[in-house]
Design a protein around this ligand. Structure first.
Ligand code: UDP
Ligand code: MN
Length: 349
C-alpha cells in the first residue's frame, strides 16, 4: 500500500469517527431535551397530585360535616316521632262549651278555638243553645282543623229563659247544653276512662298550662280562678300538708258544699259513666250548679285534688264578654241575619 492510499484510509477513518462523534453529540442533546420535558411533566404531575390531595382532604372534611348533620337530623326525627307518640298517649280532655247566638258569639268562639287548637288530645264538644246546629261553629271547627270534635244542640227550655230581660234575674245558663254533652259522652265515649271532662264556657280565657294540670286527675281536680265572684281570685285553701283542700276563699255564698266556679274543676270521665244520673239542674238556687253536679257524682270536699302548683297559679280567668250596645237598627237586623250584607255576615256568622 502506498502513502496515498494510506492517507485515504486514514481520512475515511477520521470521517467515520467525526460522524460518530457528531451522531453521539446529537443523541446527547436530544436526550437532555427529553429529560427536561420529562422533568417538567413530573413537576406538573406532582403539582396535580398535591392539588388532588388537598381537594380530597377538603371533601373528606365535608363528608364528615354532612355525616354529623345527618346524625343530628336523625336524632331530631326520632325525638319528633317520640313526642308525637307521647302526645297521642296523653289522657284525652273533653272540653264542653255551651254557646248561644249573639253578636259576640263568633268572636268569642274564634278566640277560644284558637286556644284549643294548640292542645294535644283535646276533644271539643260544642253544644249550641238552639234547635238546629248553625253553620258558624262547623266552619270554625273545619277552619281550625279540629280532628276531635262534635257539634251538637240542646235548647234551653223557654220557661227557664223567662224574665230574661230583667237585669236582676239571671236564669241558669248552660244547663241543658252541659247535660246534653254528658249524655253524648255516656253514649259515645264510655271506654275512654282515663279521660277528663271540663266545662269551658265560650267567654273565659284559658292558659295552655291549665290543660297540663287537668290531664292527670283521679276523681276531681280543682284550682284557682282569676277575676270571679266579685274578687280578683277565688281559690281553694290547702292544709299545711299541701295536698288537702280545707276551705275556699269565695265570699259569695261560702256555705255552698263546693263554693267554686264552673271553670275551677275537672272530673274523671269514669265518674260520669259510673254515675249515669249525675247532671246539672235548672231547679237549684243560683250558684249551686257546681255543688249540685259534684255531689251528684258522689264527691266530697276530701276528694278534691289541688292542681296549678298547689293552687298558687292562675291558669283560667272568668272573663265576661260585654253585651255590645248596638244601634236599634242593627239590633233588629241581628234577629234577621238575611238582612245583613256580606261583610256584616262575616262578622257574626
Ligand atoms: N249560654 C247558653 N245559653 C244562654 C246563655 C249562655 O248556652 O242562653 C252559654 C254561654 O255561651 C257560656 C255559658 O253558657 O258558654 C255560660 O254563660 P255566661 O257566660 O253568660 O255565664 P256567666 O259568665 O255569667 O257565668
Ligand atoms: Mn261567661
Amino acid at each position: 500500500m502506498n502513502d496515498a492510499s494510506m492517507i485515504k484510509i486514514l481520512l475515511l477513518i477520521g470521517c467515520v469517527v467525526v460522524v460518530n462523534i457528531l451522531l453521539f453529540w446529537r443523541q446527547n442533546v436530544d436526550m437532555s431535551e427529553n429529560r427536561n420535558d420529562l422533568e417538567a411533566q413530573v413537576l406538573s404531575l406532582q403539582r396535580k397530585r398535591d392539588y388532588l390531595l388537598l381537594k380530597n382532604a377538603d371533601l373528606e372534611r365535608q363528608i364528615h360535616r354532612m355525616e354529623l348533620k345527618l346524625e343530628h337530623i336523625e336524632t331530631q326525627v326520632r325525638d319528633f316521632s317520640q313526642a308525637r307518640q307521647d302526645r297521642k298517649n296523653l289522657p284525652q280532655i273533653f272540653f264542653i262549651t255551651p254557646t248561644k247566638f249573639r253578636a259576640e258569639q263568633k268572636a268569642d268562639l274564634t278566640r277560644l278555638g284558637q286556644t284549643l287548637a294548640h292542645i294535644p288530645n283535646l276533644f271539643w264538644i260544642i253544644v249550641e243553645d238552639a234547635d238546629e246546629p248553625s253553620e258558624m261553629p262547623t266552619k270554625l271547627l273545619e277552619r281550625l282543623k279540629f280532628t276531635s270534635s262534635v257539634h251538637i244542640v240542646a235548647r234551653t227550655p223557654p220557661e227557664i229563659r223567662r224574665n230574661e230581660s230583667d237585669p236582676n234575674w239571671k236564669f241558669p245558663r248552660g244547663v241543658a247544653q252541659r247535660n246534653a254533652a254528658l249524655e253524648y259522652l255516656r253514649t259515645n265515649h264510655r271506654s275512654f276512662k282515663k279521660s277528663v271532662v271540663y266545662f269551658g264556657d265560650d267567654d273565659n280565657v284559658y292558659d295552655w298550662r291549665i290543660f297540663d294540670e287537668m290531664r292527670r286527675i283521679e276523681k276531681v281536680g280543682v284550682w284557682p280562678v282569676g277575676i270571679v265572684g266579685g274578687t280578683i281570685v277565688e281559690t281553694p285553701i290547702l292544709a299545711p300538708n299541701g295536698t288537702t283542700v280545707i276551705n275556699f276563699t269565695s265570699i259569695w255564698k261560702p256555705e255552698r258544699p263546693f263554693p267554686i266556679d264552673m271553670a275551677a274543676f275537672a272530673v274523671n270521665l269514669a265518674l260520669i259513666v259510673e254515675n249515669p244520673t249525675a247532671e246539672f239542674s235548672n231547679h237549684v238556687p243560683r250558684g249551686y250548679q257546681e255543688s249540685h253536679f259534684l255531689e251528684s257524682l258522689g264527691l266530697k270536699r276530701s276528694d278534691l285534688e289541688p292542681k296549678a302548683d298547689f293552687c298558687t297559679k292562675i291558669y283560667v280567668w272568668h272573663t265576661r264578654t260585654e253585651n255590645t250596645k248596638l244601634l236599634k237598627r242593627d239590633r233588629q237586623r241581628l234577629q234577621n241575619p238575611e238582612s245583613l250584607n256580606l261583610i256584616e255576615k262575616d262578622a257574626i256568622l
